[in-house]
Design a protein around this ligand. Structure first.
Ligand code: GLC
Length: 751
């Protein structure tokens, strides 16, 4: 009988002496044994029911363990920006806890704007510490989907438009998390680049574009970061749902990349038993109905009992889930976690400091000199709006959130008068209001909040009041942008335009007409249009959603304590039709026609489009100003280098200004007369260096074979053709300071 071992074991475990002896013998419980050996020792001890219990949810965010064998439930939590508030076991209602106020980290797009993978490590480490504190085994992030359209509601949750930058930042975050005994879950695999019709839209993209643009960050997560889990995307790819997509999950992820961890579905992303069983899904989460109604529950069991599915299919899924649990010491007991420590908050602050991007600073209006300012008019809904508790699954119940106004008040500290005017009327669903820290839990009602009272505020009056305040001030700080309301930066909906909402452009124009000393701060998670007000505004700072310390960091940058060093991880287009997904205006290209969206722009995503079509961006990929200046010299390009590099780019970077600052040296590769169509240039290396005034530093950036390669669909390989390559080194994709050339004498093919 196939289940004899389990039967023997269960008899043994009834008698304490035998149980102790049995447990002592059980290799799967010995942390000194390899993960694979532990899995192989445990697997035959499991009954069919126990195996199935490991591969589908038994609550909103957990799977059943096997108590009799000492296997705990596996707990998951959102999300990329911190450990989400506790959700009820079997519904989306908050659990109403008071111990789940946590560190709210800056949004992923701000992390990408730091261009600092080491900060990604630190970021992941904070999340791991706080996840262990809350007994979470898998954190559902990072999100690495490429920014194809700036309208994607989840742009703020991802790492920008470029595969190389997204890969480096993803690797850092994953390594940081998993070093903390918490499994990362890279998502959403794959081509999940819009929220419109996300649950059913079918994406058609050519194989080379898939490989060169949309998969690299996922591939790097496996090959370079050893990510332990994947989350399938809601959408379809080439007609099959991504949560059970044979090509993506079995052929590419598991066979070609050798991924041995688990693939979970997105919540509710599982549609049929047969595909769930055969097309690469290992763990079904969030489906509708009772847990035994899940596709990988009763219907799978019945299929096995009918002999339709070999036990090997189930065992492979179980192995993958157990590997993750053992790999993070989930059975052995992990180091204690920590929550809301000053160290975590300091990391949140450091990331924000390095990720805000100074976009304009005419006549060096910034940094502001407080000794010459008596009155500051702060304007905007985003000056006082809390953002943590919004955006849906990436929402965080922040232990605290320093709003821009709070940060400015604290920094100015009475040395100047500060007024605040809302200026605009931005709707706010009470659910999104900050849940202030309240140990009594009074704020944690589960009752649906009463609808917000009809606003007594009249938009015209608000605007007039703001203009009047601006007129009286020495300087105006207009905190504009977006928020996490529907059709802003949020899951489940895309933005409807590139424009700033709520009449902000018009108000900015009125404000600058009465006070030209106006700084616009953009609190937003995706690019916004700035014409025509930009020309009238001397200074613009892209603050993104900057986490719980955001207001303090904003003040530190505006008043010069911190020198901004962020660089854009995405192109800011002048108008929406400058973006490749919208250039044609055809539904076929966005948001899809007859249920299918076609990525006809192919490789020309982001700056690749601007370069190929000669479209001047509002602000280019990689752009960002500093309060100091830098110079590049002594470019050398040598063959070979560390870790099998084909070439090494070396140059001197100098800080030619009067204050310390960090520069992001960016290396773009430009094939000369390539044998196949290729983007004009592509980012293939970067380095961030902090330099004191007058300091000069040698920077070396290796270029591996992949840096020179395109993906050959015919040869199913990465091909670096022999030939000439220009090496463009710059401060952004459009500010190339020094150029060199490199001749690859022998073609290189890699897989
Ligand atoms: C959501 C999201 C996913 C999240 C999951 C659990 O729908 O797409 O990113 O991790 O459900 O909340």
């Amino acid at each position: 009988m196939k289940f004899l071992p389990a039967l023997t074991l269960s008899i043994a475990l009834c008698c304490p002496a035998l149980r102790a002896q049995e447990a002592a013998k059980a290799r799967y419980l010995d942390p000194a044994v390899s993960v694979d050996e532990r899995v192989e020792d445990l697997l035959p001890r499991l009954t069919l029911e126990e195996k199935l219990g490991l591969i589908h949810a038994d609550s909103k965010f957990s799977t059943a363990g096997v108590p009799r064998l000492g296997i705990p439930k596996m707990w998951m939590s959102d999300g990329p920006h911190g450990v989400r508030e506790e959700i009820s076991l079997n519904s989306w209602r908050p659990a109403g806890r008071t111990d789940d106020f946590v560190t709210w980290m800056p949004a992923s797009i701000l992390l990408a704007s730091t261009w600092n993978p080491e900060l990604g490590m630190a970021y992941g480490g904070v999340i791991a510490d706080e996840a262990r504190m809350r007994n979470k085994h898998i954190m559902l992030g990072p999100g690495v989907n490429i920014q194809r359209t700036p309208l994607n509601g989840r742009t703020f949750e991802y790492l920008g438009e470029d595969p190389w930058l997204a890969s480096r930042m993803a690797i850092g975050t994953i390594r940081g998390m998993q070093a903390g005994d918490v499994a990362a879950c890279v998502k959403h695999f794959a081509v999940n680049n819009q929220e419109v019709e996300r649950g059913r839209v079918n994406v058609e993209v050519d194989e080379r574009t898939l490989r060169e643009i949309y998969l690299p960050a996922f591939e790097a997560a496996v090959r370079e970061a050893g990510v332990l889990s994947f989350m399938g995307a809601y959408n379809k790819f080439r007609g099959q749902h991504c949560c059970h997509n044979d090509y993506l999950l079995n052929k590419v992820l598991k066979d070609e990349w050798g991924f041995r961890g688990l693939v979970m579905s997105d919540w509710g992303g599982t549609h049929t038993t047969d595909e769930a069983v055969r097309a690469g899904l290992d763990l079904e989460m969030g489906s509708r109905g009772a847990y035994d109604d899940y596709k990988l529950a009763r219907s799978f069991r019945e299929g096995i009992e009918r002999g339709e599915y070999p036990m090997a299919l189930l065992d492979d899924k179980v192995r993958r889930c157990l590997r993750v649990l053992f790999a993070i010491k989930g059975v052995d007991g992990r180091p204690a976690g920590s929550q809301n420590t000053r160290a975590h908050q300091a990391t949140a602050r450091k990331v924000a400091e390095e990720g805000m991007v100074l976009l304009k600073n005419a006549n060096a209006l910034l940094p502001l000199d407080l000794t010459k300012i008596k009155r500051i008019a702060v304007i905007g809904d985003n000056a006082v709006r809390t953002q943590a508790h919004g955006g849906q699954s990436s929402e965080i119940k922040a232990f605290y959130e320093i709003t821009p106004l709070a940060g400015l008040l604290a920094h100015v500290d009475g040395r100047a008068d500060i007024t605040h005017s809302l200026g605009v009327l931005a709707p706010k669903y009470r659910r999104l209001e900050a849940l202030t820290y309240d140990v009594t839990g009074a704020a944690q009602t589960n009752e649906e909040p009463a609808p917000a009272p009809e606003s007594t505020l009249n938009p015209a009056e608000l605007a007039d009041r703001a203009v009047a305040a601006a007129k009286e001030a020495d300087v105006v700080i207009f905190v504009a942008g977006l928020n996490h309301e529907r059709h802003n930066d949020t899951e489940s909906s895309d933005r409807l335009s590139l424009e700033l909402p709520y009449g902000q452009p018009e108000l900015i124009a009125r404000i600058t007409a009465v006070n030209p000393r106006t700084v616009v701060v953009l609190v937003a998670g995706s690019p916004v249009a700035m014409d025509p007000w930009l020309e009238k505004v001397p200074a613009v700072l892209q603050a993104w959603y900057a986490g719980m310390e955001g207001g303090n960091v904003l003040a530190s940058i505006l008043f010069g304590d911190i020198n901004p060093s962020g660089r854009l991880p995405c192109t800011f287009p002048r108008k929406l039709t400058d973006n490749p997904a919208h250039a044609s205006g055809l539904a076929r290209h966005y948001p899809g026609e007859a249920g299918t969206v076609h990525y006809d722009e192919g490789l020309l995503v982001g700056y690749r489009w601007n370069d190929a079509k000669n479209v001047e961006p509002l602000f280019p990929f990689g752009y960002g100003l500093s309060y100091t200046t830098f110079d590049y010299s002594g470019l050398k390009i040598a063959a070979g280098g560390d870790a099998g590099a084909l070439a090494t780019v070396e140059l001197e970077v100098s800080n030619t200004g009067a204050r310390a600052g960090a520069e992001v040296v960016q290396v773009y590769l430009e094939p000369v007369a390539p044998a196949v169509p290729r983007p004009v240039q592509e980012l293939k290396g970067f380095a961030k260096v902090l330099l004191q005034p007058g300091e000069k530093r040698t920077v070396r950036i290796p270029l591996g074979a992949r840096a020179f390669s395109y993906y050959s669909v015919e040869r199913k390989a990465w091909v670096a053709d022999a030939g000439e390559y220009r090496i463009n080194v710059g401060h952004s994709s459009r500010e190339l300071k020094v150029r060199g050339a490199f001749k690859l004498t022998t073609a290189v093919e890699t897989r």
